[in-house]
Design a protein around this ligand. Structure first.
Ligand SMILES: *Cc1c(COP(=O)(O)O)cnc(C)c1O
Length: 458
């Protein structure tokens, strides 16, 4: 007998209280935060779906490993455990620990980037793009056309468009492309996976032109699980083997250990090229620390060594992917427009379709994010014109999509929390016609979504 209910493959060992708030309290909190959910006090949030980055629950074994942390400045045994754990999935010659993913990006692109250079990816994550552009290089997104269509049901919407990659190389010249990246899963494109065939094809093109190929591997385990479920001939494989095969096509990787490796902090850069690794270590020492700890404490390295092993557990991944889909499919079945297929780490509500009466420059995603908090204390994140609309020259443009992302922290919420989220979303959708747009009263010049202040329109 197989059962429909996906049970969490863990019991709760230590609990964190959630403070239950009233609608009146939440209205006051919204006013005090100038209607920006980033400015809310986390203690006033009941279900926090702002991000899956560093917000997951560590396991008993990770907490136990923390007690083994060896804080020696150089050559700590915790470092050796960490390096072995990384190399068990990603057997690159050099492993360089950093405090977060963006520090690994900063170091890699400081070595490889620079004016006149072009760095393609399926879709660059925002910190990746920012670190590329900071060196004067250009980031180019080459996801397949289905990856830009919220309703396309392509099984691997994170794939790179191989023809577009060939065309870019022909146009700009291989000598100006210092590295080709691939983000697995494609976070900015809805957490959509990349197929093994596509990883292989990108690698083949890169190497034919003598260009190094790197993974932005933050969600390697979720991506490998999708490969196992959706790609022909992969059904009987072990996820760890699929991850190793993905790594075998690449020359290196950057990663945030706050995602699939189950850390609350951490990241690394790994690669095979000795000369690039040497330069990267020299830069590491300037800002992160000695090469055997990077920006991390020995205890963090221990927790990650265990988290990396746990990340490829089939029981965990089945629960992870199916429970994210459970939320997304329930919203879809209720007539709430969501990006489909449902990705690995988050559900994206299409605010433009749900709130067609609010024009993009009155921020339908912001309106929906505010309504979800007011209705039920749920915090999601606008990914639309607030986040992407303000250009460096000060002009404002509509974003391609107006989404609200509900990101699911790993091993943190239970099915009844998610059932509550579904109810709150339905309640907001029933009064969608009554939601109003917003105007911005104060904003910085860049990355305005973090600190802008809003006012509801009458
Ligand atoms: C989170 C993330 C990063 C950046 O990592 P941080 O640890 O937040 O610095 C880079 N790429 C992707 C795809 C991410 O999801």
């Amino acid at each position: 007998m197989t059962f429909r209910t996906i049970i969490e493959p863990f019991r709760i060992h230590s609990v964190e209280p959630i403070r239950l708030t009233s609608v009146e309290e939440r209205r006051d909190a919204l006013r005090a935060a100038s209607y920006n959910v980033f400015s809310l006090r986390a203690a006033d949030v009941m279900i926090d779906l702002l991000t899956d980055s560093g917000t997951g629950a560590m396991s008993r074994d990770q907490w136990a490993a923390i007690q083994h942390g060896d804080e020696s400045y150089a050559g700590s045994p915790s470092w050796e455990l960490f390096r072995e754990s990384v190399q068990s999935l990603f057997p690159f010659r050099h492993v360089i620990p950093t405090h977060q993913g963006r520090a690994a990006e900063k170091i890699l692109f400081s070595v490889l980037g620079g004016p006149g250079k072009v760095i393609p990816s399926n879709t660059h994550f925002d910190t990746t793009r920012a670190n590329i552009e900071f060196t004067g290089a250009e980031g180019v997104d080459l996801v397949i056309p289905e990856g830009r269509d919220p309703q396309s049901l392509h099984p691997f919407k994170g794939n790179m468009d191989i023809d577009a990659l060939e065309a870019l190389i022909a146009e700009r010249g291989a000598a100006n492309i210092p590295v080709i990246m691939l983000t697995v899963t494609n976070n900015s494109g809805g957490g959509q996976p990349v197929s093994l065939a596509n990883v292989r094809a990108v690698s083949e093109v890169a190497h034919r032109h003598g260009i190094p190929f790197f993974l932005d591997a933050c969600r390697y385990a979720e991506n490998a699980w999708f490969i196992r479920e959706r790609e022909e001939g992969q059904q009987d494989r072990n996820v760890a083997d699929i991850v190793r095969e993905m790594a075998s096509y690449a020359d290196g990787m950057t990663i945030s250990a706050k995602k699939d490796p189950m850390g609350n902090i951490g990241g690394w850069l790994a690669l095979n090229d000795d000369a690039v690794a040497q330069e990267a270590r020299n830069l590491l020492i300037l800002t992160e620390g000695f090469p055997t700890y990077g920006g991390l404490a020995g205890r963090d390295l221990e927790a990650l060594a265990v988290g990396i092993r746990e990340s490829v557990s089939h029981d965990y991944l089945q629960y992870r992917i199916r429970s994210t889909a459970y939320l997304g499919e329930a919203l879809h079945a209720s007539g709430i427009p969501v990006v489909r297929p449902i990705g690995g780490h988050a559900v994206y509500i299409d605010a433009k379709a749900l709130l067609p009466h609010i024009p993009p420059k009155q921020y339908p995603g912001q309106s929906l994010a505010v309504a979800l908090y007011e209705e039920g204390g749920i915090r999601g994140c606008e990914i639309g014109t607030v986040m992407f609309g303000l250009h460096p020259d000060g002009t404002e443009h509509e974003a391609a999509m107006e989404l609200v992302r509900l990101a699911i922290p790993r091993r943190t919420y239970t099915q009844s929390h998610i059932d509550y989220v579904i109810e709150v979303c339905r309640a907001v959708a029933t009064r969608a016609d009554a939601l109003r747009g917003f105007r911005i009263t104060e904003q910085p010049r860049a990355l305005r979504h973090f600190t802008a202040k809003f006012e509801p329109l009458a």
